[in-house]
Design a protein around this ligand. Structure first.
Ligand code: FE2
Length: 320
């Protein structure tokens, strides 16, 4: 529970990173000007915002941060002659400032380059990781003609719904990974029940319903890589609002990513043939989901699904 303020702080930092950086640079220069006796040595402080920009942003923004640092220092030097010039004889001060500026610019270019290299490698790794999850889910579903390709379709639709809702990129990736593995717990359930050609009895239904917890338990084996997907797998069948939901706090316990997967999962299940019934047409399936909006499904996810279906004809023209 204590992690919530930390998470909010991280989110605030990420949302306002550029503003915080500019403020740090200006306040840093002002602090050096007013409180530091030997100012020239403290110019190394400006490596800090440049390194932060290199770690969190792009090469272009890192170089721009270095240029801003240099411009702020030049401004303070011209506006307050005792800022640097008093400490050394003027020609040495100018040579010192010039070499400091060059090293700062060089550092920003190198850090920016390393950042882009790191990002490219992470992108390749993530593509490989999602590819492996897709292969795994296809393999797991290959035994059942009715669920073949279900997880991959749910993952792609969940991704589009999450993007439509404007969720951050990292959250969209977690949702996609969780959607690919949302039914992995079914591998621990009897094949006779999974393959049953008629509707399930209550006991069998209860057995199938354990697959969310079973799936989460399997995913804890790879912990750190999939740790953000685990809460989504656990909650992917939870209802948005039930008679037990006494107030809004209960609703908030269901991760938004799980609500996204729930609506994509239900949509794909309704349009796909089952042993005991034929799949419905896309808009008929959506009507069914819309009727459960605010009850089984989060209203925002239903609205986003509607927009995805309206603007992506592949979902309404083709049936799996
Ligand atoms: Fe499921």
């Amino acid at each position: 529970m204590g992690s919530v303020p930390v998470e909010k702080l991280k989110l605030f930092f990420a949302d306002n990173f550029e503003r915080i950086l500019v403020l740090t640079i200006i306040l840093g220069a002002a602090s050096i000007n007013y409180w530091v006796p030997y100012k020239f040595g403290f110019l190394n402080f400006f490596y800090l915002p440049v390194l932060m920009a290199g770690y969190y942003t792009s090469k272009r923004f890192t170089v721009l941060t270095a240029i801003l640092c240099i411009l702020v220092v030049i401004f303070f030097t011209l506006a307050f002659p005792n800022f640097i010039l008093d400490e050394m004889k003027t020609p040495f001060a100018i040579i010192g400032l010039l070499s400091w500026s060059c090293f700062l610019l060089l550092t920003s270019a190198v850090i920016g380059y390393l950042y882009e290299e790191k990002e490219a490698r992470i992108k390749d790794l993530k593509a490989a990781y999602i590819g492996i999850l897709e292969i795994l889910s296809k393999y797991l579903e290959s035994y059942d003609q009715y669920t073949q390709g279900h997880s991959v379709r749910v993952a792609h639709l969940s991704e589009e719904i999450a993007r439509e809702m404007g969720l951050p990129h990292i959250q969209v990736e977690n949702i996609k990974a969780a959607a690919l593995l949302h039914d992995i717990g079914k591998t621990e359930i009897s094949m006779d029940i999974i393959h049953k050609a008629t509707r399930l009895s209550n006991t069998e239904r209860d057995e199938v319903n354990t697959h969310s917890e079973r799936g989460a338990r399997i995913l804890t084996l790879v912990d750190s890589v999939l740790k953000d997907a685990i809460p989504l797998v656990i909650a992917h069948h939870k209802y948005y609002f039930t008679q037990d939901s006494k107030d809004k706090k209960d609703i908030d316990t269901i991760p938004l990513g799980a609500a996204v997967i729930a609506v994509a999962d239900a949509y794909d299940a309704i349009i796909t043939d089952r042993p005991y019934r034929a799949g419905k047409q896309p808009w008929k399936a959506f009507e069914e989901i819309e009727q459960a909006s605010g009850k089984q499904f989060h209203p925002d996810t239903v609205k986003a699904l509607k927009r995805v279906l309206m603007f992506n004809k592949k979902y309404t023209e083709e049936t799996p």
